[in-house]
Unconditional design. Structure first.
Length: 316
């Protein structure tokens, strides 16, 4: 066994030993003073602390290790300007990650994915081609795939969540109109909607529940509604937030504004369904040509071709 064959295994062993040492270092428990300071900085951690105390398994493991390692790992990829930081926070919020530490977790996962891609690419490239052009190219491809893979996953999560919110918004608005017209306020109506539709529309109910929580802690309704539109990333929900802000500012009927927006959303959803139905005929061309038509030709033309071949053989 030469040096080129031993080198990938040595690199893998070095990374494994380093990861094991990092896990052992980061899994040490914080003192109670540090935990109390974290709870004072973030009131939402108090409920989590009670749940963790009830479940001893939640205080250790990979989650605790990642929570401690995320700030250190995310420093290498931290955006330089405040505009980039706010843009990244908005993208993560659009995908449903509203935690204050979501940016650190995402950047830490991105760096870990980059390191994993480099390790896998270097192991495969050095084992297959050695220190040649193809081996270096394999390392670069592995690192690139590992670096951009979390971004693609985040984009798919963002698009899926926005589509679910868009499709469930008309039903939620209808229920909100009923609640407001029956005498409930906007805050109580949003709370009622979030309780009733939690099974069918968890994403939208989660947004409404977060709005109720922000209103309870004393934030102004205009800021809460504006953040609702920005945080969701859905144009219709952003338009709804703007309409509610205008209605609250000028004192107009909130029920009427909600009813108009609900009708508009329902018409838009039906138009979207009709558009997708019209595209179905075009999308079916490729499966028909590639998979169905060849089978039909074999069934219809196959017996005639076999009989023609037999007749030609008998003539000769």
């Amino acid at each position: 066994m030469n040096l080129i064959q031993i080198l990938p295994w040595a690199v893998f062993a070095g990374f494994a030993c380093g990861a094991w040492a990092l896990i052992n270092y980061l899994t040490n428990k914080n003192s109670r003073a540090d935990e109390r300071l974290d709870e004072l900085r973030n009131p939402l951690m108090r409920a989590r602390g009670k749940e963790a105390a009830a479940d001893p398994k939640a205080q250790s493991g990979v989650g605790t290790m990642m929570e401690k390692a995320a700030p250190a790992l995310s420093k290498a990829l931290q955006p330089k300007s405040e505009l980039e930081q706010s843009r990244l926070k908005v993208i993560l919020a659009n995908a449903g990650f509203n935690s204050p530490h979501a940016t650190e977790w995402y950047l830490a996962i991105k760096l870990a994915s980059l390191i994993g891609g480099l390790v896998l690419g270097s192991g495969y490239g050095l084992a297959a081609w050695g220190l040649t052009r193809n081996g270096i190219f394999a390392i670069v491809i592995g690192g690139g795939l590992g670096f951009y893979l979390p971004g693609f996953v985040l984009w798919f999560l963002k698009k899926g969540r926005q589509e679910k919110i868009f499709l469930s918004l008309p039903d939620a608005l209808d229920l909100l109109v009923v609640c407001v017209e029956s005498g409930l306020g906007l805050d109580a109506g949003m709370r009622r909607v979030s309780e009733e539709l939690i099974e069918t529309a968890p994403e939208l109910c989660g947004e409404f529940a977060l709005c109720n929580f922000q209103l309870q802690v004393g934030r102004q309704r205009r800021e809460v509604l504006h953040d609702l539109g920005v945080r969701s990333g859905v144009d219709d929900l952003r338009a709804l937030a703007a309409i509610l802000i205008q209605a609250d500012r000028f004192g107009s009927s909130i029920a009427l504004a909600l009813r108009v927006q609900s009708d508009t959303m329902r018409v838009k959803r039906s138009q979207l369904a009709e558009e997708r139905a019209q595209k179905t005929a075009v999308k079916l061309i490729f499966p028909l040509v590639l998979f169905i038509f060849p089978g039909i030709f074999v069934v219809l033309v196959g017996p005639a071709a076999i009989s023609m071949i037999n007749n030609l053989l008998t003539i000769h």
